[in-house]
Write a protein that binds this ligand. Structure first.
Ligand code: GLN
Length: 453
């Protein structure tokens, strides 16, 4: 009730939610009854959960921020939602996002932008700005996001929250409306590292419905966060800093906060090691070929027949499809579909998609040689603090550069965490520090994140 009251109080300004559940109180009361009956419930039983609208739910519409899916009701729950319900979490509502998770500011939502609770004239990050804003504004204690190139970590950075992109395959993508299937991962957005660990424990692990799901038995990430909390893990920890990411690429307050965190870690026994990752700088370029290519294929299913909107002004089936997609998709989605189909077309495939895949391999090799020398890599989570709504909306290339430091993890499939590192001196806005670990070493991120927190 406190969270629903908070939503009623602030969400007309913040606009984190696209839909608020009318079943949350009933579900919570049901949990209370089960608890009273002596049923052993998990640590998160009864805790409200905000769900990014990219994740399908049976009891609330799932639009992925698009008009083409307005009012769409899924016949099944995403695996992560089903697992959350089974653990007794209470879905509170669906959060706003850039359309089909394409963007860094939530301004590409077909339902209007979300506002950053720290300053309502600023962006909450994207694509999962709704989930991050809901958590930052105390409208929800926990949220789910999805991260294809930074959509969990960059919103966490600009809202002073914690966001985790798990190892690729660590969390099921079943029921996550696909953006780019080889990059997408679902993960937690919370106010503390321990909260993320608790939620990750609930949603993670093998799912036979996702063909890329890893069969690993994962350690408890909550336990890792609790282990890390006393800071001991920092003693002798080798922290890699990438030489090819000079301070000049970051807003001064972001760079200063990053160095303050490194100094703090060093003071507690960590060793800062310079490493080279020469191909990181090509990550954004490779990503903006691979992502549109995969997205153009994934979005082909919105054909006016199987899901959502149909605009029928007569003519052939193709005319109906074209009219539907023209009316249902926003500018950014159209831009990427055109880019993706072009990159995949005969005669250009090798030059664009093929080259991008080679760069992807080189970035994976950069990570492999870096992790032979260090335990974790640290970077600022994004180049700037929250910018003003409208500031970058007409400049797609500027928007794309927000993901400079987050994209490599998606291209390589490694896990990443963004935790708050302080406020930028020049504007008083939150800044995040990102840690990256080798694939399957998500627990290391929880230890280190909790130590620094
Ligand atoms: N901002 C990036 C993009 O626009 C990341 C999106 C995401 O992670 N879903 O593609």
């Amino acid at each position: 009730r406190a969270h629903l009251d908070r939503i009623a109080d602030v969400d007309t300004d913040v606009r984190a939610f696209l839909h608020v559940s009318d079943r949350a109180i009933d579900t919570a009361e049901e949990i209370d009854r089960r608890r009273a009956a002596g049923e052993p419930l998990g640590e998160l039983a009864g805790v409200p959960l905000a769900v990014k609208d990219v994740l399908v739910t049976t009891d609330m519409p799932s639009t992925s921020g698009s008009k083409i899916l307005e009012g769409y009701m899924s016949p099944f729950d995403a695996t992560v939602v089903a697992r959350a319900r089974a653990a007794g979490l209470v879905p509170l509502g669906k959060t706003n996002m850039d359309e089909f998770a394409m963007g860094s500011s939530t301004e590409h939502s077909a339902y209007g932008p979300t506002h950053n609770p720290w300053d309502l004239e600023r962006i909450p990050g994207g694509s999962g700005g709704g989930s991050a804003a809901a958590v930052a504004a105390f409208e929800a204690p926990l949220a789910l996001g999805s991260d294809t190139g930074g959509s969990i970590r960059q919103p966490a950075h600009v809202t002073g929250t914690v966001g985790v992109k798990p190892t690729y395959g660590g969390v099921s993508r079943y029921g996550a409306i696909a953006l780019a299937s080889s990059l997408d991962q679902v993960g937690p957005v919370t106010r503390t590292v321990l909260d993320s660990g608790l939620l990750h424990d609930v949603i993670g692990g093998h799912d036979h419905r996702d063909s890329t799901s890893l069969t690993d038995v994962w350690p408890s990430f909550a336990a890792a966060a609790r282990e890390g909390a006393n800071g001991e893990v920092l003693k002798g920890l080798k922290v890699g800093v990438i030489t090819e990411l000079p301070d000049s690429g970051f807003q001064p307050g972001v760079a200063a906060s990053f160095h303050a965190s490194l100094d703090l870690m060093q003071a507690h026994g960590a060793e800062i090691v310079e490493i080279s990752a020469p191909h990181f700088e090509y990550g954004v370029a490779a990503y903006y070929l691979i992502l549109p290519a995969e997205a153009s294929s994934n979005l082909a299913k919105f054909d006016s027949v199987r899901f959502g909107l149909r605009v029928n002004r007569g003519g052939t089936v193709e005319d109906v499809m074209a009219a539907t997609r023209d009316a249902g998709f926003g500018e950014e989605v159209k831009r990427r579909i055109i880019l993706g189909t072009y990159a995949l077309s005969a005669g250009y495939y090798d030059a664009y998609y093929g080259s991008a895949q080679k760069v992807r391999t080189l970035i994976q090799q950069d990570f492999a040689s870096a992790f032979a020398q260090v335990d974790v890599i640290a970077t600022p989570s994004a180049p700037t603090t929250a910018f003003k709504l409208g500031e970058k909306i007409d400049d797609p290339l500027q928007m794309y550069l927000n993901d400079l430091t987050t994209i490599p993890a998606n291209l390589a499939g490694v896990p990443g965490i963004s935790i708050p590192s302080g406020l930028a001196a020049e504007d008083g806005l939150p800044v995040g520090i990102q840690f990256l670990a080798p694939a399957r070493e998500d627990a290391r991120l929880y230890r280190v994140g909790a130590a620094l927190e």
